[in-house]
Design a binder for this molecule. Structure first.
Ligand SMILES: [Zn+2]
Length: 304
């Protein structure tokens, strides 16, 4: 209700002002289409960024007036439901991942809480992802992951820890230049790999160069080639909390153990070429509720 009240009272104050001032005011309110003005006790929902594109993380902030209701709100899109975690008193936030495998366009976010349901339409813009053409010799499909490796990594990526460990923008995890961006699509021997996209960022740091934690968190995965991590190689996974996780692949050395809490900038390992890798580089994947999103916005903008 906050918005309607302030709008009408501002309009009253503006009577007698020139047209230009009113247009400026209209402009201000025009940028708030996703903030709903609703009766008292309703959920107030705000979605950022305002013009999301494929690969972006949608942040759904939910404010409610009711005190003492113990159930957290949820946000559902299609068949997926995402939990909202408390970020301040009576303020909750859920993350909705978007990926290059989805279609651009409008989707409906169904926000449920306090016995109410709100449907919000969000338009996700298209984005051109680079395309690579890979030629594999006949019979060479590459290394396969072990079942142990797949199970451990899959369980790690879906962690939804209620605590929030990160604070501020995510740091660059290696000093090397970025060699492959997020979302690159591939053709193998002329056939489009419809389920493939590059699920992270590659940094071309020298073998042995430092890999640091981009943000605080708990080390929830440490895997080694010797334990069957044939594709990921030596790997570290950090749980940043509230459905956000980072994975670091192909390491030559690991400096942490499972259960460690790391700070932003803390050394976690060194660049290598272990696992399915053709040369030394760091692969950093950022996952939100199990889906690989573009880490780039997290590097430049604070997600509170
Ligand atoms: Zn990569």
């Amino acid at each position: 209700m906050i918005i309607e009240n302030s709008a009408s009272s501002s309009k009253k104050k503006l009577l007698g002002f020139n047209v230009k001032a009113i247009n400026v005011l209209k402009g201000i309110f025009a940028v708030l289409p996703l903030t709903l003005a609703l009766p008292v006790n309703a959920l107030q929902v705000k979605i950022t960024p305002t013009n999301p594109k494929l690969g972006d993380t949608l942040s759904v902030e939910i404010n409610r007036d009711n005190q003492g209701n113990s159930t957290n709100p949820t946000v559902a899109v299609g068949n997926n439901t995402y939990p909202a975690f408390e970020i301040a008193p009576n303020q909750y936030r859920a993350f909705v991942p978007t990926t290059p495998l989805e279609k651009a366009g409008t989707r409906t976010l169904r926000v449920t809480g306090d016995g109410q349901v709100q449907n919000l339409a969000v338009n996700v813009l298209n984005r051109k992802f680079p395309v690579q053409r890979i030629t594999l010799p006949p019979g060479k499909a590459g290394v396969g992951a072990t079942e142990h490796e797949l199970k451990r990594v899959a369980a790690f990526k879906v962690l939804q820890t209620p605590e929030k460990y990160w604070n501020g923008v995510f740091l660059k995890p290696n000093a090397g230049r970025m060699s492959t961006t997020y979302g690159v699509r591939r053709y193998y021997n002329g056939t489009f790999a419809k389920d493939y996209y590059h699920r992270g960022l590659d940094y071309a740091g020298a073998a042995g160069s430092s890999v640091i934690a981009p943000a605080p968190g708990r080390v929830a995965l440490v895997g080694r080639v010797s334990q069957g991590f044939r594709v990921h190689g030596n790997v570290v996974g950090i749980d940043h909390g509230q459905g956000v996780t980072s994975i670091f692949m192909h390491l030559s050395r690991i400096n942490v153990k499972e259960g460690d809490f790391v700070k932003a900038g803390q050394l976690i390992g060194a660049v290598g070429s272990t696992g399915a890798s053709t040369g030394p580089h760091l692969h950093w994947g950022l996952y939100v509720n199990g889906q690989s999103v573009d880490p780039t916005p997290w590097r430049t903008k604070v997600v509170k």
